[in-house]
Design a protein around this ligand. Structure first.
Ligand SMILES: Cc1cc2nc3c(=O)[nH]c(=O)nc-3n(C[C@H](O)[C@H](O)[C@H](O)COP(=O)(O)OP(=O)(O)OC[C@H]3O[C@@H](n4cnc5c(N)ncnc54)[C@H](O)[C@@H]3O)c2cc1C
Length: 445
């Protein structure tokens, strides 16, 4: 059988190569390290964790915890290696990053069906089955080749995302549904009203909040005038003057509070993020604040005191494809069967999510190479829901997303006992599906 090509031995590429080999398909895995390192990579081994050593929650009541359990049951290389190199981290799965990378590098090197090539790939191969998994810092000729493949403007190089919260965690005894001047569907926006005193407290907290440290390559990307003026961090806007936010993203005009009939002093608008209305984003609140500071400062916004964040705001260099309608839920390009993308560059966000997309792309590429059709990973599982999100997108501009219960297919029955019980039900449903999927793909009970 002709080998498939996997480009990039990061989290997604290693997982994809491993799964393809597991299905009996030979793989050529190309990795540019140690000849060339991206600005974030330092370690010569594969599957390098470029920042935190945490793979986040290990609990099934959390979407990324459930995703890990799904992958563990499916036989993921990344999760099995993480379990074997784990370090104590409370409710999270954290690893010794060097042992983790060394173990994965060794497993790949010892797998007879995988041939590793130390080479930088400059162009997407024109034929054969290929998985491109070169990560969010893909640049140079390969980025140009990918951009050309998708028609020029379908590759983003920068990600400015406002926080996304669980709709259920917004206090609707304070926040109210309304579109500006009553135009459009009122459920498109939830509005958090502030009086002058509340605005003052919020404004002061925002001015003095702690921001995350920027990498040089992020600074460089953001020094572009178009990027900076087009998506200025909310805390930078605040520093331009007391009223700047009230004339910008916190403009109250046309949004009277139904309780008073008057326009508040300022308003934070939350925009519906998905059709189901389970996720809302804070409009215009892209930010560099650290995650704990986002929770603290945005918690001062009336209605958001107990907000649960599906995703915190970020602004960083991030090369990703505008995937909806271009990739399938198995991460295969719709216009060229056999060409797959995987990892953060497809619009999933995070270590585990990147590995998860590598899992699906690797299995699907192997099936293609064997002349079979890729299998569907259902959206009732977290792993499947990510592929479905990437292939269809939410409302508005496509933005990378972490695993979240907001992406998973809703339950078809009401569950008593609150959020915890509902998340347990999501986990039970998903893990049943995963057990069946494992037998279907790998023939193991
Ligand atoms: C600075 C930074 C910090 C991050 N921190 C976190 C975090 O703390 N937690 C988290 O969950 N997520 C984090 N992420 C997001 C994301 O989870 C990681 O980027 C993750 O490593 C993505 O996995 P990947 O497999 O898609 O890409 P990568 O892990 O980046 O792997 C890509 C691989 O492809 C290789 N490569 C690139 N171009 C070529 C080429 N042309 N030819 C051959 N090989 C090539 C690279 O050397 C690399 O080994 C961070 C991202 C960045 C950029």
């Amino acid at each position: 059988m002709k080998p498939i090509r996997v480009i990039g031995a990061g989290l997604a590429g290693c997982e994809a190569a491993w799964q393809a080999a597991r299905l009996g398909v030979p793989v050529i895995l190309s990795e540019m390290k140690p000849k060339r390192f991206s600005p974030a990579h330092r370690y010569p081994g594969f599957a390098e964790l470029v920042c935190s050593n945490s793979l986040r929650s290990a609990q099934l009541s959390n979407a990324v915890g459930l995703l890990k359990e799904e992958m563990r049951r499916l036989g993921s290389l990344v999760i099995t290696s993480a379990d074997l190199t784990r370090v104590p981290a409370g409710a999270a799965l954290a690893v010794d990053r060097e042992k983790f990378s060394d173990l994965i590098t060794k497993m790949i090197a010892e797998e007879p069906l995988i041939t590793v090539c130390e080479e930088e790939i400059a162009k997407i191969p024109e034929d054969g089955v290929t998985v491109v998994a070169t990560g969010p810092l893909t640049d140079g000729d390969l980025a140009t080749s990918i951009s050309a493949l998708f028609g020029g403007d379908q590759l983003s190089f920068f990600d400015a995302v406002a926080p996304i919260v669980d709709a259920e965690s917004v206090d609707t005894s304070i926040a109210y549904f309304a579109s500006r001047y009553g135009k459009g569907d009122p459920t498109d926006y939830l509005n958090c009203p502030m009086d002058r005193e509340q605005y003052d407290a919020f404004y002061q907290a925002l001015l003095h909040a702690e921001t995350a440290e920027l990498h040089d390559f992020d600074k460089e990307a953001q020094s572009e005038p178009n990027v900076f003026e087009g998506c200025m961090p909310v805390e930078v806007m605040a520093k331009r003057g007391y009223d700047t936010l009230r004339y910008g993203p916190m403009k109250p005009i046309g949004l009277p509070d139904p309780k008073t009939g008057r326009e508040p002093f300022a308003v934070v608008q939350l925009r519906r993020e998905n059709v189901a209305g389970t996720m809302y984003n804070l409009v215009g609140f892209q930010t560099h604040l650290t995650y704990p500071e986002q929770k603290r400062v945005f918690g001062l916004i009336p209605g958001l005191a107990n907000a649960v964040y599906f995703r915190y705001g970020v602004m960083h260099r991030n090369t990703y494809i505008n995937s909806p309608s271009r990739l399938s839920a198995q991460y295969e390009t719709l216009f060229r069967p056999g060409l797959f993308f995987a990892g953060q560059m497809t619009g999933v966000e995070g270590y585990v999510e990147s590995a998860a997309s590598g899992f699906v792309a690797g299995v699907s590429a192997a099936l293609r190479a064997r002349g079979e059709e890729p299998v569907d990973f259902p959206s009732s599982t977290v792993i499947g829901s990510l592929g479905h999100y990437v292939s269809t997108g939410g409302l508005g501009k496509f933005q990378p997303m972490n695993a979240s219960f907001g992406l998973i297919a809703p339950l078809d029955k009401k569950v008593k006992g609150g959020k915890r019980a509902r998340n347990d039900e999501y986990a039970n449903r998903s893990l049943c599906e995963i057990d069946q999927l494992r037998s279907r793909i790998f023939g193991q009970p």
